[in-house]
Ligand binder design. Structure first.
Ligand code: PAF
Length: 286
């Protein structure tokens, strides 16, 4: 039996959070941090379990960060399930859930605008102007408050991981960033809170995104652009999938890989596409 079961602390005040964390630090305990925007699914729970395997104390934040939404409608529509989220985290034996209101978290409107160069220029950064600046600001503020030894992020948001690694390196945050594998449904669809908006047929159709990524990764052509063309051809033939982008990238710089003679040290094929009016992203690291 997990002795910590049902003892999760729900914290709204920054000072309380900082006190609790500093007590743990003084006792020599390591702190694992999983930042989220709530609407938790198995992908988030997997991050928590990985953190529990490595660290003594686990902090999860639930905060829908207005700074990272470039569309007010999207922010208003974002699912909020605080009660059931807390229930799930209690079941896992998390130590502390930090769930501030917007006013508690931002007592003023931040003026900073973060630019991560090539890391945030393409893909999601290009489609969602200001998004990664907002992610960088909230994650930096959360790192100051939680002071974690390790922080866990899903590989599904691959560009977000690269942005946060840049933030940590450039500003010298004493935290190790752990990129965790994407959790998928049985048909291969990457878990996302947006999947709830797909019909059963939409889910089956969306499962082809992962197939297209696998096709690109297995393509015998040495030319990355050729493998992308083949995968796009496969998806286009199915009908019903509207591709926004599909690229090979260098996972560290997030620059598009096009030159067959100069493969990056680690590469991934990334896709963004619309199915039934729902925007989905996914990637496969090779
Ligand atoms: O990935 C997310 O849910 C968010 O972008 C994060 C990292 C919690 C920052 O708000």
């Amino acid at each position: 039996l997990n002795p910590k079961l049902n003892t999760v602390e729900i914290v709204i005040q920054k000072d309380f959070l900082k006190d609790r964390v500093s007590q743990w630090k003084k006792a020599g305990e390591t702190i694992g941090f999983v930042p989220t925007m709530g609407a938790l699914h198995e992908g988030h729970l997997d991050l928590v379990r990985r953190a529990q395997a490595d660290c003594n104390r686990i902090v999860v934040s639930i905060f829908v960060n207005p700074l990272q939404f470039n569309n007010a409608g999207d922010l208003a529509k974002y699912p909020r399930h605080l009660e059931s989220d807390q229930q799930l985290l209690r079941g896992l034996g998390v130590d502390l859930v930090y769930a501030p209101s917007t006013e508690d978290f931002y007592t003023f409107h931040p003026k900073l605008n973060l630019d991560f160069g090539s890391v945030s220029a393409g893909l999601e950064g290009q489609m969602r102007p200001g998004h990664f600046s907002g992610v960088g600001i909230v994650v930096a503020r959360l790192f100051h408050l939680v002071n974690p030894d390790r922080a866990y992020f899903g590989a599904k948001d691959l560009q977000q991981v690269a942005v946060i690694r840049t933030l940590v390196r450039d500003l010298d945050f004493p935290v190790k960033i752990i990129r965790c594998p994407t959790v998928r449904g049985s048909g291969g669809l990457a878990l996302s809170s947006r999947n709830a908006r797909l019909s059963p047929e939409g889910i089956v159709l969306a499962e082809n995104l992962f197939k297209a990524l696998q096709l690109a990764a297995a393509d015998p052509s040495p030319d990355p652009s050729e493998s992308i063309r083949n995968s796009i051809g496969f998806l286009t033939n199915l009908g019903g999938i509207d591709i926004e982008y599909m690229h090979w990238v260098n996972t560290e710089t997030m620059e598009i890989w096009e030159n067959p003679a100069a493969p990056p040290p680690e590469k991934a094929v990334c896709i963004a596409a619309w199915v039934e009016g729902v925007r989905l992203i996914d990637n496969l690291i090779c």
